[in-house]
Each structure stands twice: as structure tokens, then as C-alpha cells.
Design a binder for this molecule. Sequence first.
Ligand code: UFG
Length: 329
Amino acid sequence: MSILVLGGAGYIGSHTALELVRRGESVVIADNLSTGHIEAVPKGAKFYEGDLHDRTFLDGIFENESIDAIIHFAAYSLVGESVTNPLKYYDNNLCGTKVLLDSMVGHKIGNIVFSSTAATYGEPENIPILETDRTLPTNPYGETKLAMEKMFYWAAKAHGFRYVSLRYFNACGADKSGEIGEAHSPESHLIPLILQVPNGQREAISIFGTDYDTPDGTCIRDYIHVTDLANAHILAVKYLRDGNKSDVFNLGNGVGYSVREVIEVARKVTGHPIPAVESPRRAGDPARLVASSEKAREVLGWDPTHDSLEEIIADAWNWHKNHPNGFKK
Ligand code: UFG
């Protein structure tokens, strides 16, 4: 049986597909390449180019391949863009996923794992955040992901499939091979932006807000290595294949680092002074987001092993210094 990885040419999707291939799984990737990269598709995976909204395209995959599980990464994920262009997010993340569910139900596929986010919580009430905590997104990106979770809940109840929703905290790092890594355009994430400074593509990194109620005044995040995230998806597929019930899991390390701490570790890893400029807050940033991932550890048996920030940034640097323009030659 094969696993269909939707969005498998994107950042987290390609790292997951690569880990699956390494473990000898039969992998089919579908991606419309709107933000993904064909170069990120691992050798050994079968590739289909097409869009989530295209029912005929999806039906064709289910008819040609023996798929028993889907991992769904095909979504837009820029918080800022979701505020200025919310309908783009509703259209892709919800309408596209609805077409997928129709096709999946029509072909009696029983298992699906999909990407959710810490943005479903909004401004957290407690740290570390538990899966049972209040979900109150503060932007359309988080709203569409929460609505996706609810769509899966009701559709699974009605049609008898099972799902796992994985709420990621801050995905970062790159595969140890240095062959694939993060390549967003435009880039908005902290670690790749910091590394543009030693790569000679940026003069300095801006620190968005220095007056938060945190020990050094800058925002605290839970940074999780993309290979650890990939492993969580593989465990979630196993969990569903073993017949377990639908559920939602946080994925983070449970340790928070401030923006200043991340910059300091990047200075150490790269040996570059990386100047920082104190700037105003970015709208919609919660002061602290740190996961409790106890549930994923206990239920899925997840054990993130690349959990030192130094290792995460070293792996990211290994990718970015050799691919300053991402996958572009
Ligand atoms: N930051 C800076 N300077 C920059 C870029 C970011 O100071 O140039 C700060 C941000 O303000 C934030 C932290 O670095 O405090 C991390 O920012 P990222 O943009 O890297 O990540 P976010 O925490 O904003 O976003 C992540 C995921 C989203 C998810 C969100 C949940 O990437 O998909 O967490 O809130 F929605």
C-alpha cells in the first residue's frame, strides 16, 4: 500500500516524504508547485502535478494507486498574507480540503494525517499549551486551520474515516544531508531571515518588538526540527493504520527561546556578528507560544531528538549557506 503526500514538494511535506522513502514506504506525491519545488521531491517517490481543487485529478490518483493513507500538507501558511487576503486562505485551506475529503470518501480511504498549527490557539491562556486549551485564532490562517479540524471531525463521524491533526509550533532546520531545506518566497520566518545576514543577503535582522512581558522583552517560541516533525507524521500514520481513534496532537519541544536567544545561537553557529535592529512589534504576534507535547510523546511514542537550538540552526545553516537562493540555481 502507498501513502499519498499532498503538498509533498513543500518544506515540511518534502522532509516527511524523504523520511518515508528512507524507511522503505511506497510514496506518491501530489503538489501544484505553487509554493513547492520539484527539486524537493525525493528520488524514489512517484510525483503527480495538480491541484487540490481538481476532483478529477484526485480521483485519478486514487484510481491509479493503492493508497491507504494520506498526509495532507497542501495549504497556504503565511499569517500576514492571510490577514490581507483571507479569501485565498478560505479557498485553498477549506474549499480545496473539502474536495479532497469528497474524493477520499468516494474512494473509501480510511486514514488521513493533516497539518494544523499553534495559530489555532491564538493568544494562549496557559503555557505550556495543552490540546484541550481554548482555541481562539487571531488571524484567518489559524481560523481556516481550526475550521479544517472541525470539518474533519464531522466528516469522519459521518463517513467512518479516521484522522490525526498535528498542531505544529515553529518548524525549522533542514535535513542533515543538506539536500533539502526551507525555501519560501517571500521568506517571513525568523531563522532563515537571520541566516540571510551571514549569507550576505541582508545587512541586519530586525527584532519585532522588545517590550513584551518576557525576560528579555522579545517573543518566545517553541522551535521544532523539521525532521522531528516528519517523524511525528510517520508515527501518526502508523497510529491510524493500527486502528486507533481520530485525535489532535501538539508538536513542539516544550522549550521556549526568545528572538534575542535565537539570534545569539545563530551568531555562535555561523561565527558572524549578525547585527540586530530593534523594531516595532509585528501585528498579531503572541508574546509566548510553547507546546506541551506530552500527549504526542505518550500516545504516538514521539521522541524529538534534534531538540537543541544549536543543532537546529546548524542544520538550517548547512542548507542555506550552500543554497542561498533556495532551489533556484
Ligand atoms: N521575528 C522577528 N524578526 C523577523 C521575523 C520574525 O523578530 O524578521 C519574530 C516574530 O515576531 C516572532 C518570532 O520571530 O516573535 C518567530 O516568527 P516567525 O515568523 O518565524 O514564526 P511565527 O511564530 O510568527 O509563526 C509560526 C508559524 C506559523 C504559525 C505561527 C503560530 O510559522 O505558521 O507560528 O502563531 F501560524
